[in-house]
Design a protein around this ligand. Sequence first.
Ligand SMILES: [Ca+2]
Ligand SMILES: [Ca+2]
Length: 362
Amino acid sequence: MRFLFFIIFLSILGCKNTNSKNVNAAHNCTPSNSRFTSDDENNFIKNTSNSYVGKVLIPGGTFRMGADDNQGWRDEYPKHDVIIDSFWMDIHEVTNAQFLEFVEATGYVTTAEKAVDWEELKKLLPVGTPKPDDDKLAPASLVFVPTEEKVPLNDVSRWWEWRKGSNWRHPDGPLSSIDGKENHPVVHVSWFDAIAYCEWSGTRLPTEAEWEFASRGGLKNSVYSWGDEDLDDGNPKANTWEGDFPYNNSLRDGYYSTAPVKSFPSNGYGLYDISGNVWEWCSDWYNENYYSILKNETSYNPKGPSKSFDSNEPYAEKRVSRGGSFLCNKSYCSGYRNSMRMKTTPDTGSSHTGFRTVADLK
Ligand SMILES: [Ca+2]
Ligand SMILES: [Ca+2]
């Protein structure tokens, strides 16, 4: 608990820090900023009439899940056999326009739009801890800020800022807006926000296994959703960070931040931006040892471990996200690989995380 408090308090204060969350930070693209937002029950009227609109059928089958080359972190091994039933999947990430429809229909307020709940926070702090100024508890979210020069890549706080007034309507802070970005993926959505959208729309988040199966697009044991061609060879294949992260973006792919969905070719299943643009929440808890547990058996529609475990932050419970973002770079996490696993506390949103939904066969 104390460790968690340490992380959170530093986050609230917006401190630059060198605490242990930065151990192996090259595998942790987004800092976790638990804000003690409770998982409120959603009682809104659902709109399930469009559950299959904008989706493509992902034909079920068997695949080998896990890393295909030596770029993988240890949580991507060992490769293991997985059977996936057919399902429907959004061809693109949920857009700002789609999320706006949800919010207008339900009045839903996202995690980033809520102040940090002091009553919840203080339960985890030593008795007598004074309440921080309301200003420190104000609604905020994580915004990427490029550095001016080359910096060590083992400290994510160098390029992430806990910025007040940042949320899905104001992705870069209170003075920014999504005007003209209706067709960009929604960002600053927590896992809880994504689940709420799914509940409203009669959909669900993909499991991590479904997501990786879909990303592979029918190719066998390829590193990327487009095959094995290096990211830098040929035409741009996804919205990533090309150049020197986090201070020099060559803009070879044409986009510094989010791109309109469907700006790059789809994979073999007709899925756009399954690699890059924004990270996509999955339903599973993250456990770095999960593949080791599964290695000797063929898993049938695995839904993830029962408990989260990340040895870098053992007291923080995390959910999986997949596919990388416009910040992913070869020198850093190469998160656009099929098998790359990201993990974040479910109440953390950021300027490079969104989601797409799936639906079961009728
Ligand atoms: Ca880019
Ligand atoms: Ca994506």
